[in-house]
Design a protein around this ligand. Structure first.
Ligand code: SF4
Length: 323
């Protein structure tokens, strides 16, 4: 499980701190695919970096923490912010945005696998033995072991993405974080990658956290999801509930903008743009774009609270009998 406990993060700039994550507080459960959605610049990737403990200047955790806990091979573990990196690959791994560019184009994949697998997992075995295990694992994922002799530049974008996912899951980590895993791939390849992630999650019975701006990705593979807006979580719940009955006006507009089979109505998108994080509006940050905004919205920040069991939202209208 991952507990995100009232997390606040910022980026240091010459003009002072820019607050990017504001009081984000929720849990991600074992054995689920959890999605994090929202427009570009809403803090999704920063949150994922904090989850993976890549907290390096200019990013700063101002307050709050993350706790990664669970059990692997009969042994319980618990790591907090600052310690999570000790368990990279073993308990948690990361598929970064534009993962394809992570691979070194002029180094054969087998060397990149050998370099990435921590010594502890190699158990004093010879390289050939480790490569045999990698090769067996690739076969399990319906990938050809011949890939190990290839150079990344010889592979398509989709195949490189599959290799990165294989690398990230080789040690059966309890949690796999994936940042925009299907961006820049064509629709057919996207579908293949999503199917691969779903199959892996079922096989490993682990937790996957998928960050994507594409609501279609969340609809297809996530069990629960959270919607972020301007550095805060504004709605969280089961994916099917969020798509069937969105609560927060921002989620309603995101879902309403999606094309549906048989629906011929004109889709308009969400007017306006998210506020600059350097100068956000007071009160609810969605107020300048929200058709339901009131004076209270423009003055007071709405609380992120449980609306019904397992369903959370941050909107003043909830206190007045619904949105
Ligand atoms: Fe809209 Fe007000 Fe709810 Fe914000 S708090 S989403 S402005 S109704």
């Amino acid at each position: 499980m991952i507990k995100i406990d009232h997390l606040f993060t910022s980026y240091s700039t010459i003009n002072g701190p820019v607050h990017v994550i504001n009081d984000v507080d929720f849990e991600i459960f074992d054995n689920e695919i959890f999605g994090i959605a929202g427009e570009s610049g809403c803090g999704k990737t920063t949150l994922l970096k904090a989850l993976y403990d890549i907290i390096e200047f200019p990013m700063v955790v101002d307050s709050g923490k993350l706790i990664l806990s669970g059990e692997k091979n009969g042994k319980a573990f618990s790591y907090e912010t600052g310690q999570i990196r000790k368990t990279w690959w073993n308990n948690i791994s990361y598929v970064p945005q534009a993962a394809q560019s992570v691979l070194n184009s002029i180094v054969p994949l087998k060397n990149q696998f050998l370099d990435s697998i921590p010594k502890a997992d190699k158990k004093n075995e010879r390289s050939e033995q480790t490569l045999k295990r990698v090769s067996d694992y690739l076969e399990e994922l319906s990938l050809s072991p011949d890939l190990l002799n290839a150079y990344p530049f010889q592979l398509s974008g989709g195949m490189r993405q599959r290799v990165i996912i294989a690398l990230a899951t080789f040690m059966s980590p309890n949690v796999v974080l994936a940042d925009e895993p299907t961006t820049a791939l064509d629709v057919v390849v996207q579908r293949g990658i999503l199917m691969m992630l779903m199959r892996l999650q079922k096989q490993l019975k682990n937790t996957m956290v998928i960050v994507s701006h594409d609501m279609g990705v969340h609809y297809q593979i996530t069990d629960r999801m959270g919607i972020m807006y301007s550095g805060s979580m504004v709605e969280l719940g089961k994916t099917e509930d969020i798509f069937e009955k969105p609560i927060h006006p921002y989620t309603q507009m995101l879902v309403g903008a999606l094309p549906r089979v048989g629906d011929k109505s004109q889709k308009t998108g969400i007017p306006g743009r998210p506020p600059a994080l350097t100068n956000p509006p007071p009160g609810c940050r969605f107020a300048p774009r929200c058709p339901k905004a009131t004076d209270e919205c423009r003055k007071t920040v709405p609380k992120f609270s449980e609306v019904e069991q397992g369903r959370f939202a941050a909107c003043h209208l909830l206190n007045r009998g619904g949105v």
